[in-house]
Ligand binder design. Structure first.
Ligand code: PLP
Length: 343
């Protein structure tokens, strides 16, 4: 008795097609951070590679190295969370594309590339308002001058410029885009012609053509996870990929299900959602460490299955909205110990 995350690779493939059709001629960078949003990074990368995806967004060097093993030598793998010599060395060794939004980190990358006698590919990040990381606009022109001279000297190859936006309001995103355009122009003026430009994640890449540039970094929509408060999956032309199912382990006045692992399901969902059972929708009454209790149905039997979210049930974002959070948070929470079944 256990829980399963069924991952529908056919649905994932259809979503890849839908995203590419919508955002073309920009190229798709498939974001696979957090174990491909809980779907399992190896299988997702293999499937996407077979479908012709050549860019992956891996977050950190450790994930980037795993993606390299699954995607092969030709894939371009972007990482944007580097810190410390070990991660910089691993990233350069695995021929990753490095996103850099910090002048100190840039210097460390130049030093490491020089030591390794490898030319590191870098994408410079400008802070367009999120203040997470990124070089501030007032520091940008001196940064790109230094970067351009390192580029000419050969220790790094400056291949791109990028930023991350809130995708919460069009006005804020427009202001961010204006800063981004200035940053691109400054880099070109400093002597790096035609850098790859990337700004948008799922929501902006779908909704706003002018945000697509050369590459769109899309995670959520490829997994069929809509934005909280945004258009429905159906209206976006996206299919749900992951379905979380739990076996019935005991039947009484309430039905007990096995949720597979501690913390895999948010306890705050208890009393707040209904789940799909063989007897129809039933309230989720309580969530414990590795089990949960559901309102009973007629002739409930041990071994039957309950669907917590996914195909034919509520989506991850539906559950997220109940908790005032995003669907990704529901998806990435499913513990690695829950078996992924690829269908
Ligand atoms: C997570 C992330 C993305 C993808 O966002 P989605 O909304 O899931 O498409 C893109 N870029 C960066 C920098 C991210 O951290």
């Amino acid at each position: 008795m256990t829980a399963y995350l069924d991952v529908d690779l056919g649905a994932f493939t259809r979503n890849l097609d839908a995203v590419r059709e919508r955002t073309s001629p920009a190229q798709l960078m498939l974001v696979v951070k957090d174990d491909a949003y809980g779907h399992g990074v190896e299988r997702i990368v293999q499937c996407a590679s077979a479908q012709g995806v050549t860019w992956f967004g891996a977050f950190d060097a450790a994930t980037g190295v795993r993606v390299r093993a699954s995607a092969g030598d030709k894939a371009r793998i972007f990482v944007w969370m580097l810190s410390g010599d070990a991660s910089i060395r691993a990233a350069i060794d695995s021929n990753l594309d490095l996103g850099i939004g910090d002048t100190g980190l840039f210097d460390e990358v130049v030093a490491m590339a020089t030591t390794l006698r490898r030319r590191a590919r870098v994408h410079l990040k400008v802070d367009t308002g999120l203040h997470r990381n990124g070089v501030r606009p007032e520091d940008w022109s001196s940064f790109v001058r230094a970067a351009a001279s390192a580029h000419l000297a050969g220790s790094v190859e400056v291949v791109g410029v990028w930023s991350h936006i809130a995708e919460a309001s069009d006005d804020e995103d427009d202001a961010a885009r204006a800063l981004f355009e200035d940053a691109v122009a400054a880099l070109v003026a400093a002597g790096v012609p035609q850098p790859l430009r990337h700004l948008a994640a799922s929501a902006a890449s779908f909704a706003r053509a002018e945000f697509r540039y050369d590459l769109v970094r899309v995670g959520a929509f490829c997994y069929g996870i809509r934005s909280a408060g945004g258009p429905h999956e159906r209206d976006l032309g996206l299919d749900v990929v992951a379905t979380l199912r739990a076996d019935v382990t005991a039947v009484g006045p309430e039905v007990t299900i096995d949720i597979g692992s501690a913390d895999g399901v948010a306890s705050t969902l208890a009393g707040a959602i209904s789940v799909h059972t063989p007897g129809g929708l039933r309230e989720l009454i309580a969530v414990e460490r590795t089990s949960a209790r559901v309102e009973s149905w007629d002739e409930a039997r041990v071994g039957e299955q309950v669907t917590l979210y996914g195909a034919g049930a509520s989506s991850a974002t539906d559950l997220g909205e109940v908790l005032d959070t995003i669907g990704e948070e529901i998806a990435v929470r499913v513990a690695p110990t829950v078996e992924r079944r690829y269908i």
